[in-house]
Design a protein around this ligand. Sequence first.
Ligand code: SF4
Length: 419
Amino acid sequence: MQGKIDTLPRRWRRFSESARVLLRDPLAREAWWNNFLKELSYTHAQVRSLGRPQVFEIETTNRCPFACVMCPRTYAMTRPVGDMDIGLFRELIDQMHPAWQMDKPGGRPLVRLLHYGEPFVYRHFAESIQHCHRRGFQVLLSSNPAVWTEHRIQQALDTGVDEIMAMVDGMDDETSTAIRGSAAGYARAEANIRRLAELKVKRGSRSPYLVLAMIKQPRNAHQWELFTHYWKGIEGIDGTYLAHYSVFDGSIRDINRINDTLMKRDSSQAEQYARQLRLSRFPCYYPWHSVAVTWSGEVVPCCRDYNCTLVLGDLNRQSLHQIWNGSLIRHLRRAFIRGRRDNNLCRHCVEASLEIGLPGRHYAPASFLRRRGYGKMHQMGSSPGIDERSWSTPQNLSGGGYKRQAIPARQEEEEPVAV
Ligand code: SF4
């Protein structure tokens, strides 16, 4: 009870902030309405989404010099390797709208140029970022700094990349290369991070917002604390983040094994995993929320589809809008509504809705309707074998995920990271 009372002022503050943004910003209103329609479609089990799609990730390239032990690409990616044609990239961006890329009122129209490759090696690096900016999008890149060159660092600054998440999985050569392979030398990575930060400060620029991230795993557990403290106070670096480990679609035994070992020593990872399982009780929200696009133009349901296992359409032949309510995605939604998750991509997945949460966090009317008992989706558990006692309400399981966890300095609510 006391907890509920404590959260009331915070909820009220959040509500009034959102209302203010909605009143003064037409783009925020459009985003709100679009997200509301998507939530409504999900909560009312509609196979046709009333809202417009968000493109959650765009894979500009799936080339990558690293061999990371926690990445499905290393073990099982068999699809061709290549770069997205710049014409196709432009066409895709032109079909998108900034409002559809905003998750909440006051949010940013963000495009994530990442998937299963290293974005800094994309042939049309600068051109792609410039095009996103021309169309009103902000750009986020996730990259391993060991691959940066002086030329790319300059381009990142010249084009004004809005945000870079630099992955630092070890604080020395031995740890870093054990996790990401021989190309991931630590000394080079640190020199590049310092160079980018230094040039950013020299230019007096606020972008890119530079966050260093370490994905927790047993191999780097002895360096979590060092990582958290080492970068403090360096001008130009905006934050550090110890990220939870992901098992992606859950189909790769080596990746799952690392998670099992990690959970034994890290309670926060174990809690995160338990939360994932609770979330997985509900039909995955991704097919109503967003899609991901690979370098070859294939559209897949989410960022776990490393091998184009569940292709929903091809942007070389169809528009984003045709794919969004096309027969393949409707088929997937229908299966989820019926509590079936037996397709080749989703059958082992324990990360349903993970980065995006379930509806009801920011859009009061949809969650109100659901709480009144009109919603249908939350009544359908779809992941067998999970303890009934671990059920939670969808409201409790909303949110979470990538943006909220990734950049502590910009978020209101942070989960404490137990080291
Ligand atoms: S169930 Fe898992 S693999 Fe399937 S769409 Fe959802 S997040 Fe992606």
